[in-house]
Write a protein that binds this ligand. Structure first.
Ligand code: NAD
Ligand code: DAU
Length: 350
């Protein structure tokens, strides 16, 4: 297949591209990416010279650019998004534009060009907050609670409507929290690891008892490829890891791996609207496509910690740019000394 991959310079998109090209199959890839603060071509250095890979800089909200770049492609794998929940709280505009309007434009162009498959990459956050012990399968209600998750749920519904109304060949994947190499250090794991390596404080939101369902990014990439190649059109597939743990538990595991003291932990103002628990039921993907996660949390965390330790130049480079401004504005001041600092102006729940 000729694949049109959006957002391939980001964390998961670049893992997917490296995975597909490493298999040496017949897939050719056009990576269409705007290169926002989160897009980084250094993530794709190992495949940049591969004859089956081509990069096109462009915005998914630009219909003409998408139409030109998508010519000759058979399938879309749509990763491009504003992906950070905190940023979506502080500044929702770009999130709505890229995640909803951008997805709509891709659907329109792909339909016009008669593409054979469209895999839309979504998230477990669309299901919203789960009760203790509860898990969400693909039929669970949609109750997104942040501008980010609402934008992803909106995009999911557009994709659904295109399938139902026009018979458009779309599939949705919803994965849980990804971790692994090349993740931008605004997200929990790379932020904690890179801070701890520098003996800086580790910001834990609220009481730190929120639960997240962790999956190694390479397991997600394998799941997405299985869905692209063999998934049923019109279906949704959850892609969740085996482990659901509290954030504090994750923080402690990382500190132990890094041989750093728990005194680095700082409890800071909670994220407004913060969901307490996500946990996916991925039985459908396991049953239908024979997928299962291969990387245990213990092995994956060790590999990830070592990767960040060995790639301090990559971290320094991404931290130099737009992220630095963001970090100074929202994190440096968010430490325990300013527990009630609330840059979004959103009233935090009592
Ligand atoms: P990321 O922020 O690392 O990368 C996003 C990429 O999209 C970047 O390369 C960026 O330059 C590009 N992009 C942003 N706006 C664009 C636009 N308008 N036009 C073209 N390109 C644009 O994100 P990620 O963590 O790799 O997430 C990828 C996808 O997976 C997203 O759709 C996200 O919602 C979803 N997802 C992520 C996770 C996770 O844990 N990271 C979990 C579930 C689902
Ligand atoms: O669940 C899937 C989602 O996972 C994806 O759809 C999103 O794109 C991705 O960013 C991620 O969202 P989260 O909000 O769960 O990820 P984040 O790394 O921002 O936070 C993970 C948890 O850690 C969450 O409960 C908030 C908490 N946290 C986060 C940061 C950055 C902290 O306690 N301290 C922090 O500094």
């Amino acid at each position: 297949m000729n694949l049109f991959v959006t957002g391939g310079a980001g964390f998961i998109g670049s893992s997917f591209i490296r995975h597909v090209l490493s298999l040496g199959q017949d897939h050719r890839i056009v990576n269409f990416d705007k290169l926002t603060y989160a897009g980084n071509l250094a993530n794709l250095e190992s495949v940049a010279a591969d004859p089956n890979y081509r990069f096109v800089k462009g915005d998914i909200c630009d219909s003409a650019a998408v139409t030109a770049a998508m010519q000759g492609c058979d399938a879309v794998v749509h990763f491009a998004a504003e992906s950070h929940v905190d940023r979506s709280i502080y500044e929702p505009g770009p999130v709505i534009e890229t995640n909803i309007t951008g997805t709509f434009i891709l659907l329109q162009v792909a339909r016009k060009l008669d593409l054979q498959r469209f895999v839309h990459i979504s998230t477990d956050e669309v299901y919203g907050d789960l009760a203790p012990g509860q898990v969400s399968d693909e039929n669970f209600h949609l109750r997104p609670n942040s501008p980010y998750s609402a934008s992803k749920a909106s995009a999911d519904l557009l994709v659904r409507s295109f399938h139902r109304t026009y018979g458009f060949p779309a599939i949705i994947t919803r994965s849980s929290n990804n971790y692994g190499p090349y993740q931008f250090p605004e997200k929990l794991l790379p932020l904690l690891i890179s801070n701890a390596l520098e003996d800086k404080h580790l910001p834990v939101y609220g009481d730190g008892r929120q639960e997240r369902n962790w999956i190694h990014v390479e397991d997600n990439s394998r799941g997405i490829l299985a869905v692209l190649e063999r998934g049923r059109l019109g279906e949704i597939y959850n892609i969740g890891g085996a482990d659901v743990i509290e954030n504090l538990d994750m923080v402690r595991r990382l500190l132990a791996l890094l041989h750093k003291p728990e005194s680095l932990i700082r409890y800071v103002t909670d994220r407004p609207g913060h969901d307490r628990r996500y946990a996916l039921d991925s039985a459908k993907l396991i049953r239908e496509l024979g997928w299962s996660p291969r990387i245990s949390l213990a092995d994956g965390l060790l590999q990830t910690v070592n990767w960040y330790r060995d790639n301090s130049a990559w971290v320094a480079a991404v931290r130099d740019g737009a992220y630095r401004t963001y970090y100074d504005k929202y994190y440096e001041n968010r430490d325990s000394s300013l527990r009630h600092f609330n840059p979004s102006g959103v009233k935090a729940p009592a």
